[in-house]
Write a protein that binds this ligand. Sequence first.
Ligand SMILES: Nc1ncnc2c1ncn2[C@@H]1O[C@H](COP(=O)(O)OP(=O)(O)OP(=O)(O)O)[C@@H](O)[C@H]1O
Ligand SMILES: [Mg+2]
Length: 407
Amino acid sequence: MALSNPYRPGAGHRPPYLAGREREKAEFERLLDQDVILENMVLTGLRGVGKTVLSEEFRPMASKNGWIWAGSDLSETVSVSEDNLALRILTDISVFTSSIVVEEHQRPIVGFTSFPEKVSVKLGFDVLKQIYENIPGLTSDKLKGVLEFVYSFLPAERNRIIFAYDEAQNLSDNAAKDQYPLSVLLDVFQSIQRKNIPFMLVLVGLPTLFPKLVEARTYAERMFRVVFLDQLDADSSKKAIVKPLESSEYPIKPTDESILLICDVSGGYPYFIQFICREIFDIWIQNDKASIPIDDIVVKLDTDFFAGRWARVSDRQRELLCVIAKLNNSDSEFSVQDIVSESQSLSKPFGSSHVNQMLSKLAERGLIYKNRHGKYSFAVPLFGRFLRRQEEFMQEVYPSKPPGRLF
Ligand SMILES: Nc1ncnc2c1ncn2[C@@H]1O[C@H](COP(=O)(O)OP(=O)(O)OP(=O)(O)O)[C@@H](O)[C@H]1O
Ligand SMILES: [Mg+2]
């Protein structure tokens, strides 16, 4: 029988071995120790760096420490209105509140006059929703009311809840529509935490997330501990490559040379490690000393991961991206001024207001993000290297300069 390929390149797919992340787990443990919630967590990082799988890893850690875990993905539909967000939260907590039975006379804020005395009701979604609707005031008042109500029925030994939301960069306030779901979320948690209710937020998302939170409410800066996931270091990258093969089923032992090559080409980014190893596995299975067709794998990675993003930008935007890729600091952070200066050697250089405008368009497309200090970075890992591989295009932009390296 053919041995199955253990590597899992994909969105949110649990890797065969979750490498590294000890520091981040320790940080989460520290937040779990809070009796009064002073800090919530933002778990952020570039596409495919491992945010979702790490947050899944947090879940059993939380339960072991006596926390209840509620949460889901924040899709764009959830984020369009305050009511949608509130209903999302009610849905998430109803999963465990539905086993709580309360009696009508104990529930002054429910106020169902139609209920006979002392009727028993389970706190399922419909009941929570009715409570929500009966509370007067703004969405935030209603949501706070329901959460405080739920808290009052939780047993003391099991009253701590984590609200974990992935893809939280989708949350946005929308002044034109008079809808402020992001602000509502922050106001509600800030208010209940001030009342010493141990409900903690864990927001997971792309690097645009935290600046968005701070823009909505300046106090968000003090409310969150930001954990920025980076690529894996050399030792963890090696483990991510080698550990999945340690089971006795696999007669494979990658050489140090091939490990170094994978570390180099993947840049330590977990998705790329999984992708490259998945490709190589079938070759290794036949002969682990066989040479690795790394150029072909890189071409496949370009097609699968990068090409779609590249196809969606205009020629002028491509020129701008290539200018950025030429900067020495393109893989860390760069400024509008860096781009303007670098573009002076082009036949059509860029002016700063134009660069500003184009960067915000590219940010909307998820290719670039602006950090809190007003500098920019690529939002896609190793995007600079990909751009430098677009030799033909690079050569059009920079006719006199040699093309970049393959990886
Ligand atoms: N620590 C790790 N060790 C090994 N592989 C990992 C690790 N973290 C993530 N991966 C792998 O990387 C890939 C991407 O992980 P994940 O979907 O969690 O990233 P993400 O940051 O949530 O991505 P996105 O920004 O698209 O939501 C998956 O294939 C996963 O198995
Ligand atoms: Mg994810």
